[in-house]
Design a protein around this ligand. Structure first.
Ligand code: ZN
Length: 382
């Protein structure tokens, strides 16, 4: 039987296909996608201190002043004795020896001279003052991530969310204008609801390291290396830990201090504490905060906030009910006097009802009260 001609061509094609069919290979590798993000850990964000930077404070502080600041502001118990030995004429901090002066001498700033005097005129009492305003947190699209976002869709469906970092920025813009009217040079540490951190959220396993640690360290770098002001005002709005049903509002100012045992155990924190202690920021911070708190509490009618007496991380300062010493990243790292404001309670019924009516009235009240306090202090301090 002859092969039907009709089938000849398909048979030939089939043979060709079988011969040239590609051999089975391993599954193709997918095209190269974006590389996995670099992961940043806490240790990557911390710089090891150079203890010889404290040489500028040799023979500037008396033993009495050193011990007084250490025990009334920077620590609450004698845990510091684990790391600091005080003899008659020097303090030994690890291997570093700091010599006391027989009486207090003018001390320099830890990095720059924030003590140079102003040049006020009657119309411009803040002339010569360079002030940095740090609007706390980031706000906007970051408010939920940083847990500074309050909304109550059932109770207050029409209200736009309360976002701390957005409100502090609004307040900062108003405060800047008021201080400039009185002659100050004012720099905002941020001008948008955007992070300053050079990293992205995806660079961290722990988001707090992004929005808190790396963000505040980026702000500290800007303040300490570029802005170098006479003073930093950190603006915050407080919140009640008890939640939104409490009506209670209050006010306090946080100055850097009350280092706990675990904080002192960190070499970088111990070093920063000594930079603050030796440069004498507290001598500027206490009278300024006292002045500011008197005017602020009078204008806002907010009562003093009270921490627990048993707290190991806070203590009352200078017998002033509004002033508390606490070691926060911002008030530790900004290497000049720092006034850290904590007024109102964003999640209180009183705040919410004011916010619903007119949020701007709150920002105005806050900014005017701070500006008046600062003007009044510098006008009398000259
Ligand atoms: Zn805050």
């Amino acid at each position: 039987m002859s092969f039907p001609r009709l089938l000849l061509l398909p048979a030939l094609l089939l043979t060709i296909v079988v011969i040239f069919w590609p051999k089975k290979t391993s599954p193709p590798t997918p095209p190269a996608g974006p590389t996995a993000p670099l992961i940043i850990e806490l240790a990557d964000l911390i710089e090891r201190p150079h203890w010889n930077e404290l040489d500028r404070f040799q023979h500037t502080i008396s033993r009495e002043t050193f011990l007084h600041r250490l025990t009334t502001i920077y620590t609450k118990t004698d845990v510091w004795k684990k790391w600091i030995t005080v003899t008659n004429d020097h303090a030994l901090i690890g291997d570093y020896q700091l010599h006391f002066a027989s009486s207090d001498q003018p001390a320099p700033g830890a990095i720059w001279d924030w003590k140079e005097r102003l040049s006020p005129t009657p119309d411009l009492p803040l002339k010569g003052l360079h002030l940095a305003i740090d609007p706390g947190h980031i706000g906007g699209a970051y408010a939920k991530l940083e847990e500074r976002h309050h909304e109550y869709p059932n109770l207050h469906p029409e209200m736009k969310p309360i976002q701390e970092g957005t409100m502090t920025l609004e307040t900062a813009f108003l405060l800047k204008e008021l201080l400039e009217e009185k002659g100050a040079q004012v720099t905002l540490v941020r001008e948008k609801c955007e992070p300053l951190s050079p990293y992205l959220e995806e660079n961290f396993h722990n988001p707090r390291l992004f929005y808190r640690t790396s963000e505040i360290r980026a702000r500290a770098k800007l303040i300490n290396e570029e802005i170098q002001p006479h003073l930093v005002i950190c603006l915050h709005y407080n919140a009640n830990s008890s939640g939104p049903l409490s009506s209670e509002q209050h006010f306090h100012i946080l100055l850097n201090g009350t280092y706990s045992e675990s904080e002192l155990a960190n070499e970088d924190e111990r070093f920063a504490m000594l930079q603050r202690l030796l440069s004498g920021v507290i001598d500027e911070e206490i009278p300024l905060a006292a002045h500011l708190s008197a005017i602020f509490s009078k204008k806002t009618q907010l009562p003093a906030y009270q921490y627990s007496r048993l707290s190991t991380v806070s203590q009352n300062v200078a017998l002033n009910p509004f002033l508390w010493a606490r070691n926060l990243l911002a008030n530790r790292l900004y290497m000049c006097p720092v006034i850290f404001m904590e007024p109102y309670a964003m999640n209180s019924t009183k705040f919410i009802s004011r916010y619903k009516k007119n949020p701007r009235a709150i920002y105005q009240e806050y900014a005017h009260a701070v500006a008046e306090g600062i003007v009044s202090y510098y006008a009398t301090a000259q």
